[in-house]
Design a protein around this ligand. Structure first.
Ligand code: GDP
Length: 883
């Protein structure tokens, strides 16, 4: 079919050769004699020319309603190119197209309504004309109408969500009916036009040609253009061509030419086919379908970031094979288990005639959890103990107060058992139970305190009677107020001579913390953590406040709670302190917490006793999680492992992507700051701490100390001792290392010495912040306030009935002094701080033991020393601070 002569073509199309010559000339094609050859390209040109000439004629006859019909078609086409025209993975989503379609629908409806009202006789005419059309045309119209009607229904549904359901339904029905009517009218009108046009053509051309390509081609555009603007008629033409092939005797030539003309838009051709398919289900009853007020087949399909083919099919309640078929048509070969991205999935859903709804990760999580929620919220509310956090300025006696309450309230036999800091514990009094949060936040630092306040019912504000309101006192008040947690003021150290409680009250009233006897609403209690005076009153006040708060929780059913702190234990794996907030946590429960999940392998109370269950407001230590969740993370018991894993993985993914984004931003940030503010300096810091909560608190506090001149950047952080890779990182990033209750191992110390890195150990957060602030302002004095003077390693432990555990040690560095404070380290993490009970060489008590010598060490109040532990002896040297 490459080249034919004019005569041959004329013969093929059945018109006289000279007429064809004329037409060729009109189209600007050179053909001198019937023997001249015409190429396919020229044929295409001729066809285009003919089409255009007729098209022009037609535009004048186009009526407003038909034009609108086409516009609607345009909308769907506009959407289509973005998707199937380009890569199916294209991120240019279909959302905008949807919005447009809503608007267009309205326009169209109105126009047609007028049409309907104004010209009833047209209906009859159209009816006749329609009969003249073949069955396929009818079907096509019906399908289109159905598709349009369906779209309209969806749009209407979305728009009128807020309206009363009944109203919405009525309106929708009305709209549908009008829509369908209008649509049908338009179709009929179009068909009539087309038929007319075809007839006219036939008449015009009869003398010359019975069925030239034109008529067929034109009959099509006629139909299409009657409804559409010429430039958008491709699809319409194609469709109508198919529908009306009966008009042409010469289908082959005709079709061939069409293909040439439209060859460039290969991909677009899919659309009609797809649409057809999408509507196929409804096609059978299409003619009556739009009479119904509802379209039950249309689903709202929730689409997450990624979804497998099988899942997607299930959400549309169709077979996976259907989805695969659609994707194949879009040029994607997929398997049933393949994961599709959201954009692709949205295309598929639209192709299937459903409504895609993008689903955010949070929604999925909420979905997963909501199934559990019923179980969590059902059940009878019972009273629960209050959860209390102690806040206040450093050295005002928070720790002492907690210690006093704990030791005085815990049964004598158990006192020795408390060797581990778990961050929370509960105390039983005659009047009821109180749970205390003893997080690193108690050292007055924002992050943890803010988090602590979330689970806290009551804040105890400790103010030293000899010191008064200090900056952190004010901070604590602000935090409590922000969290809307009631305060109880404990004026501490009233045993001291210089104590002046009235001054404290005075100063607090300036912060709008006013005692009850002054007409305020805050309870004030005078206590001494040293003598124990007033502690009972404080507990009473707490329980009274709790009563006022009417604290309640469901006791039966699955537990929810919060992480107080977590750490990684060499032997036991991740260890997390959980405050149960509602329900009951049982050994063996499957829980999810932050990005971690796992089965509760074992549970302990604050005294280290194994327990099986824990109810509301009770803190427990939990073993069995997949990792260390962060302080403040939620804890939920879930029904099965699969769900727990899903939720945890979802959160991990989310975190990973935010972290990547943050890293990218940080790098850029750095670049820009260096470029723009050549002046700005960065203080890089590596933070290692004993528990996750401290890491978090430190990170946040440190970053906040940044000033305009110096930015503090935490380049790395983590739980556990400082190792060689931390030290190496410090070298490469020119960072200082901060160890909070942790120490550097031998490797780290070697690097630190060789490379001259600044590595500092601390046990009070406040001091770290203080030092960093000073470093920033260039005021930090180089002296170390706390100097480690000796280090001994425990080689063996002996039990002595009189002295308790005696650690047989080798002094590794410096010297061990009898009267200096010490710390016990395990895996370079501080596990105990205190003083020595005894120091012996052989049978003799001695005052100091030098490096390289063996000795026996008894640690005061601590019997849990193990072989392999290290005992660090330090000295606090007062250094006059320059402020
Ligand atoms: P924190 O920093 O708020 O936790 O304060 P600490 O509990 O560490 O106490 C700081 C200092 O104040 C310690 O030396 C305590 O011995 C001392 N201290 C705490 N409470 C009292 C008290 O009621 N009376 C006296 N005299 N000293 C106290």
């Amino acid at each position: 079919m490459s080249e034919v002569t004019v005569a041959q073509l004329a013969n093929v199309v059945g018109i006289p050769a000279d007429l064809l010559m004329e037409q060729l000339a009109d189209a600007g094609i050179q053909a001198k004699s019937p023997e001249d050859r015409i190429s396919d390209d020229e044929k295409a040109k001729l066809l285009l020319h003919l089409r255009e000439s007729h098209g022009k004629k037609k535009t004048s006859t186009v009526t407003a309603p038909s034009k609108v019909t086409l516009r609607r078609k345009t909308v769907s086409e506009l959407r289509q190119p973005t998707s199937s025209g380009r890569s199916t993975l294209s991120r240019a989503s279909a959302a905008p197209a949807k919005t447009v379609s809503v608007e267009v629908r309205k326009k169209r409806t109105y126009v047609k309504r007028t049409n309907v009202e104004s010209d009833e006789s047209k209906v009859k005419q159209a009816e006749e004309a329609r009969r003249a059309l073949d069955d396929q045309a009818k079907e096509r119209a019906a399908i289109e109408a159905e598709v349009e009607a369906r779209k309209a229904a969806e749009a209407a549904k979305r728009q009128e969500q807020e309206e009363a359901e009944k109203k919405a339904e009525e309106e929708e029905a009305a709209k549908l009916a009008a829509e369908a009517e209008a649509k049908r009218l338009a179709e009929e009108e179009a068909a009539r036009e087309a038929a007319k046009e075809a007839k006219r053509q036939e008449e015009l051309l009869k003398p010359e040609t019975a069925a030239e390509p034109e008529p067929a081609v034109e009959a099509k555009p006629a139909a299409a253009e009657a409804k559409a603007e010429p430039s958008r008629g491709k699809k319409g033409r194609k469709d109508s061509r198919r529908d009306e092939k009966g008009f042409s005797d010469d289908k082959k030539a005709d079709r061939k030419e069409l293909h040439v003309a439209e060859g460039l838009r290969g991909k677009r051709k899919r659309k009609p086919g797809k649409q057809r398919r999408a509507a196929a289900a409804a096609a059978s009853d299409a003619q009556h379908g739009f009479q119904r007020p509802t379209t039950p087949v249309v689903h709202e399909v929730k689409i997450p970031e990624n979804i497998t083919v099988a899942d997607l099919a299930q959400r549309m309640t169709i077979k996976a094979a259907e989805v695969i078929k659609v994707l194949m048509k879009m040029g994607m070969m997929v398997t049933i288990n393949q994961t599709l991205d959201r954009d692709t999935a949205i295309l598929v859903v639209e192709e299937m005639g459903h409504v895609p709804v993008a689903q955010r990760d949070e929604d999925i999580e909420a979905d997963l959890l909501s199934e559990e929620d019923d179980a969590h919220t059902q059940g009878e509310q019972v009273n629960r103990p209050p959860v209390v956090t102690i806040m206040g300025h450093v050295d005002h006696g928070k720790t002492s107060l907690l210690d006093y309450i704990r030791t005085s309230r815990v049964a004598a036999g158990e006192a020795g058992g408390i060797t581990q800091h778990i961050g929370a514990y509960h105390v039983d009094t005659d009047k009821g139970t109180v749970s205390f949060l003893d997080t690193p936040g108690h050292a007055a630092f924002t992050a943890m305190r803010a988090r602590g306040a979330k689970v806290t019912d009551i804040v105890i504000l400790v103010v030293a009677a000899d010191d008064g309101v200090m900056p952190q006192t004010k901070e604590a008040i602000q935090h409590a107020k922000a969290a809307e947690v009631p305060l109880i003021v404990a004026i501490n150290k009233i045993d001291k001579e210089e104590a002046n409680p009235d001054r404290v009250i005075q100063e607090l009233s300036q912060e709008e913390v006013i005692p009850e006897d002054w007409g305020g609403d805050t309870m004030f209690v005078r206590v001494s953590a040293k003598t124990g005076a007033g502690i009972d009153d404080l507990l009473d006040a707490i329980l009274l406040q709790a009563e006022v708060l009417e604290l309640q929780a469901v006791e039966d059913g699955p537990a929810t709670g919060s992480i107080v702190e977590s750490s990684l234990d060499k032997g036991r794996g991740p260890v997390a302190t959980v405050l149960v907030q509602s329900g009951t946590l049982n050994r063996g429960d499957m829980i999810v917490s932050g990005k971690e999940f796992g089965r509760v392998r074992a549970m302990f109370d604050e005294a280290g006793r194994s327990i099986k269950t824990a109810g509301p407001s009770i803190p427990v230590v939990v073993l069995g999680l997949s990792g260390t969740p962060e302080a403040g993370d939620d804890v939920r018991a879930v029904s099965d492992e699969r769900r727990a894993r899903e939720i945890a993985e979802l959160r991990q993914d989310k975190q990973r992507s935010t972290r990547l984004a943050a890293q990218k931003a940080a790098k850029l940030d750095e670049m820009f700051t260096q470029m723009e503010e050549g002046e700005t300096q960065t203080l890089n810091v590596i933070v290692k701490a004993d528990v996750q909560g401290s890491v978090e608190a430190l990170k946040e506090s440190l970053v906040k100390t940044s000033t305009d001149e110096v930015k503090v950047r935490v380049v790395a952080s983590g739980v556990g001792g400082i190792n060689e890779s931390d030290a190496n990182l410090a070298v490469t990033s020119n960072a200082i290392i901060i160890g909070f209750n942790v120490r550097g191992d031998a490797g780290a110390r070697r690097v630190v010495e060789e490379q001259g890195i600044d590595m500092r150990y601390y046990s009070i957060i406040y001091e770290i912040i203080d030092d960093v602030k000073k470093a920033i302002s260039g005021m930090l004095s180089p002296e170390i306030r706390e100097e480690i003077i000796g280090l001994a390693e425990v080689r063996d432990v002996f039990r002595n009935s009189k002295l308790g555990a005696i650690a047989g040690c080798m002094v590794l560095e410096g010297m061990v002094k009898r009267n200096n404070p010490i710390r016990v380290l395990r895996d370079n993490v501080v596990i105990y701080e205190g003083s020595l009970e005894s120091l012996r060489r052989f049978k003799d008590d001695v005052n100091e033991v030098k490096s390289g010598m063996e000795c026996g060490i008894g640690v005061k109040n601590y019997n849990d020393v193990q072989s392999g532990d290290q005992i660090e002896v330090f000295e606090r040297t007062e250094i006059a601070r320059t402020v």
